[in-house]
Design a protein around this ligand. Structure first.
Ligand code: 4EZ
Length: 227
């Protein structure tokens, strides 16, 4: 069973549209869409925005629906100036930028018993790089910084970028990474850029959410074919 997770309905709607035929199961305040794509069993869901929602849905996909691989699809704000709206990147590692117990001398993003950066699955990443190459798609790899904030302010953007050497920011990736790592499930986090996370990012986000979500969803489905 392969899980495909997004945060917003807009991020998974393109998948459901392509699949056409699926069964719906409601659980834990979510709808899980069960489908078969080219002989592969899929469970698809949108978690709702934020780290806690995403952690819950990822856990259910693994523990209740038996997902053995998880692919995340969605949009993100760019921190690296080489990333433009519509570009895609996958996370090589992920960090929670809003986790702060620095009052006790710990670095940002760290709590005892965990590591600051969580690494995604090298095999899934290599498969993505291979598919991008054969399709002539420009796919970057980088650090994704996750937090329960829509970043739309130059100062906060620069802080996240320099503190974690991060390339993009969003609100779910690191929590999904933590769940998958803890439960031993290989995961892949893909994002297409919807905005540049500075002042006024909310306007770009509204304008480019759907087109960038489509780009990411199409790519993730092309990966499923090769799994
Ligand atoms: C969260 N997602 C944004 C949800 C915004 C509005 C109703 C991705 C994202 C993001 N997250 C795109 N751009 C971002 C940014 N600049 N900061 C944080 O995963 C919901």
């Amino acid at each position: 069973m392969i899980a495909i997770l997004g945060a917003m309905e807009e991020e998974v709607a393109p998948l459901l549209k392509t699949l056409g035929d699926y069964k719906e199961v409601k659980h834990a305040n979510n709808t899980f869409y069960l489908a078969n794509f080219k002989g592969k069993e899929l469970v698809i869901a949108y978690s709702k925005i934020g780290k806690v929602n995403a952690a819950l849905t990822a856990t259910v996909m693994i523990e209740k629906f038996g997902a053995t691989k998880l692919l995340f699809t969605g949009v993100a704000g760019a921190l690296n100036e080489n990333l433009k709206i519509g570009d895609m990147l996958y996370a090589s590692s992920l960090v929670q930028h809003d986790l702060d117990i620095t009052a006790f001398g710990h670095p940002y993003g760290y709590v005892p018993g965990t590591s600051i950066f969580m690494k995604s699955d090298v095999n899934l990443n290599a498969l993505a790089a291979k598919i991008a190459k054969t399709k002539g798609i420009n796919l970057l790899e980088g650090v994704i910084a996750t937090g329960d904030q829509f970043v739309c302010n130059g100062e906060r953007k620069e802080w996240i970028k320099t503190t974690f050497k991060a390339d993009a920011t969003e609100m779910e990736g690191a929590s999904v990474a933590l769940v998958c790592e803890s439960l031993g499930v290989p995961f892949f986090i893909l994002r297409a850029i919807s905005d540049e996370a500075g002042g006024g990012a909310e306007f770009d986000f509204d304008e480019f959410l759907q087109s960038s979500a489509n780009i990411s969803a199409d790519f993730v489905l092309s990966m499923v074919e090769e799994l």
